[in-house]
Design a binder for this molecule. Sequence first.
Ligand SMILES: Nc1ncnc2c1ncn2[C@@H]1O[C@H](COP(=O)(O)OP(=O)(O)O)[C@@H](O)[C@H]1O
Ligand SMILES: [Mg+2]
Length: 321
Amino acid sequence: MRVAEKREGSSQGAGSMDDTPLMRELTRDHARRRQLEEVEFTSPEHTRIVTIANQKGGVGKTSTTVNLAAALTMGGLHVLVIDADPQGNTSTALNIEHHAEVPSMYEVLVESAPLSEVVQDVPDMERLQCAPATINLSGAEIELVSLVARENRLRNAIREHLEEREAQGLPRLDYVLVDCPPSLGLLTVNALVAAREVMIPIQAEYYALEGLGQLIETVEMVKAHLNPRLEISTILLTMYDGRTRLAAGVGDEVRSHFGDQVLKTVIPRSVRVSEAPSYAQTVMTYDPGSPGALSYWEAAREMASRAEVAVGSGEDEEGTA
Ligand SMILES: Nc1ncnc2c1ncn2[C@@H]1O[C@H](COP(=O)(O)OP(=O)(O)O)[C@@H](O)[C@H]1O
Ligand SMILES: [Mg+2]
């Protein structure tokens, strides 16, 4: 934050000024930005469907979903974001209309409407679309219980949507990112059944690991009974405050638990990230040079370059899944 504000005025700094910690940080950010601006992400071989889950609220699921989605589209890819949280924060951040009358994920999940009927283009962002959540979705958790194939509804909707796009000659989606509510109910289960990969954002705070066991159990249960190819492919540390030993400690603990699944990139705590949604923007457009935006760029690049490696090479099982 401090860095972002001072950037403009301080670029002329010379002589001994160059060696202040602030100047070093600015120089490093500038170099990172230059490097990242040149990046075009490679399109994955198959559409990657990634569910962003953690039943804890406030760990950065929504921020991660919208900013990664924006970063990936800015890198040239086609991305669909599915807002599966009745709170609709993802829809808000992407400037997508989502009052109660707007066709939304409720209609898709409960009334079997095709995704193409609810998907909206994200304003001012090429290649990025969003299927919004409205308040109606809060009823879905209960209404889904009595429906046939209640756990498979999102998977089927996405599958049909991808086929429909192909039949219409529309560009293939590179990524579908599903943002989950802070619970392990049927909405999250639908998201886990629909995806090949789970990404877990973990807030680098004291209670970070609490509740993770339950999340992992749910993933394992879905894998055992409903979606054998599901993998926790990516862990992302969010709201990381590099100045504290606590954050470093949590980081070490998470890495010793999850190893390579943890992205090298961490997302720093940055006021710009939290301000962006109130301007109906992602931090990627709100302040592209800020540390939070740069980190989401790097996280997207890391995720895209790890591609299918992280989730094994099981594509030949496609027919049996
Ligand atoms: N890197 C960050 N730095 C500062 N604030 C953040 C950061 N990431 C998220 N936040 C803020 O923390 C709160 C929770 O984040 P959010 O992405 O909505 O989490 P979740 O979707 O898991 O509930 C929001 O107010 C958001 O703006
Ligand atoms: Mg959220």
